[in-house]
Design a protein around this ligand. Structure first.
Ligand SMILES: Nc1ncnc2c1ncn2[C@@H]1O[C@H](COP(=O)(O)OP(=O)(O)OP(=O)(O)O)[C@@H](O)[C@H]1O
Ligand SMILES: [Mg+2]
Length: 394
């Protein structure tokens, strides 16, 4: 009896145990499945992060842009691979604030320190162009953008980008130096032209001018010996004398145009007045000259530039504008000489203003550009053309 009960209880216990083992096994297999699933998910997530990091490094390398982050409390930094490449250090290099700052050149270090300080203290963003010296001693130009991340009004982190712009700077330098060469060449050409004009003016004046004067004296001598009653001869003599006088005047005008003579003798304002008056005499185009200056003190090179620009503008008006009036203004404003030439002609077409074949206009731009000045040209169809010349006095 007792033995039956015992075996029954054992059987029940066993059944119970088996049931619990089965339940536990099921539970374990379920959590095992979940775990496997979780592991799979993490592997995938890590894979995605690795891919993104590789992409970041690859694109960073292509664009020469690195990323950086500074923890304001620990002063430790995180760099993307491109930054290690830019500084020419290996990937074991420990990026801290101090280590990073040490790469900046003597002139750049105070600038980046100040920018970082202001970002930390006031949350100010920054972008600066600076130079760094790499671990291998190479100089590089970098463009850095930085911004502050704040928590409860306090900056906790700075982050940003750093772009290697050395190549761009080199190209820019080359461009600037070739521009400088062009400016020098253009100035050399202008002064050669001026010298050549002066030489030609001197030759014409001394040779042609003298010969014409001698001719005039000779025919005056002839006249004194002509019989008073030989009317045809006297008439011939008169017309020869007039032709010679006219030629002398022409030579004088050509000489005056060739060398900025009035400029040398009278100064800019009088020379400009002389030039416009001569322009009116030759063309009949009316002019108004607005000038409230007694005197302009300008060095010869600038004065010649203004004189020649006016000369080219007036020639253009004669040749292209079909104008009946010209307004010319000469003044000084904010340390700049301003010459404005406005005609009431057909108006310069837009495409001529920027055309690389407009050599006369290009010459005007070059003359002004050499002194850091500029020329603005505007045409209004049927209304006229305005040329603004602005040249700094010093
Ligand atoms: N005041 C003006 N009114 C109307 N058109 C003008 C005026 N000035 C210039 N232009 C136009 O602009 C063009 C370019 O002028 P630019 O002085 O460069 O050349 P150009 O006078 O034709 O020749 P050059 O080289 O002998 O000066 C002219 O051909 C003309 O069509
Ligand atoms: Mg011209």
């Amino acid at each position: 009896m007792y033995s039956n009960k015992l075996s029954e209880s054992l059987r029940l216990n066993k059944e119970n145990l088996e049931k619990r083992i089965e339940e536990r096994t099921n539970e374990l297999s379920l959590s095992n499945k979940r775990l496997k699933h979780e592991i799979q998910r993490r592997i995938k997530a890590e894979e995605a992060i690795r891919k993104r990091e590789a992409l970041l490094n690859e694109t960073g390398k292509m664009a020469h842009v690195g990323g950086w982050e500074l923890d304001v409390n620990s002063l430790k930094q995180v760099w993307t691979e491109e930054l290690y490449r830019m500084y020419e250090v290996d990937l074991n290099y420990e990026p801290t604030l101090e280590n990073g700052l040490a790469f900046f050149s003597q002139e750049s270090r105070p600038v980046i320190e100040q920018a970082a300080r202001r970002a930390i203290d006031y949350g100010e963003p920054f972008n600066v162009e600076l130079t760094v010296i790499t671990a291998k001693g190479n100089l590089r130009w970098v463009y850095i953008i930085g911004k502050a991340h704040q928590k409860n009004g306090k900056t906790v982190k700075l982050s940003g980008t750093m772009q290697n712009i050395t190549e761009y700077k080199r190209v820019l330098e080359k461009l600037e130096s070739s521009r400088e060469q062009l400016r020098n060449l253009s100035s050399y050409l202008q002064s050669s032209i001026e010298n050549e004009r002066k030489r030609a003016a001197r030759e014409i004046h001394d040779d042609l001018g003298q010969s014409l004067m001698a001719l005039k004296m000779d025919i005056s001598w002839i006249k004194s010996r002509l019989p008073n009653d030989n009317i045809p001869l006297l008439n011939k003599h008169k017309s020869m004398d007039e032709t010679i006088t006219h030629t002398i005047k022409s030579v004088k005008r050509i000489v005056a145009n060739l060398r900025p003579g009035p400029l040398e003798d009278l100064g800019l304002i009088a020379a400009v007045e002389w030039q416009i008056a001569d322009f009116q005499n030759r063309t009949g185009i009316k002019y108004r000259f607005h000038n409230d200056l007694e005197k302009i003190i300008l060095d010869t090179d600038r004065a010649v530039a203004i004189y020649r620009i006016l000369q080219e503008s007036l020639t253009n008006i004669i040749r292209h504008a079909s104008a009946s009036e010209v307004d010319i203004t000469l003044l000084i404003q904010d340390g700049k000489v301003i010459l404005k030439i406005a005609d009431n002609g057909v108006g310069i077409p837009e495409d001529k203003i920027t055309n690389s074949k407009s050599i006369g206009l290009i010459g005007m731009h070059e003359r002004a550009g050499f002194f850091g000045g500029e020329i603005k040209i505007k045409g209004i169809p049927g209304k006229g053309t305005i040329v603004d010349v602005i040249i700094p006095c010093v």
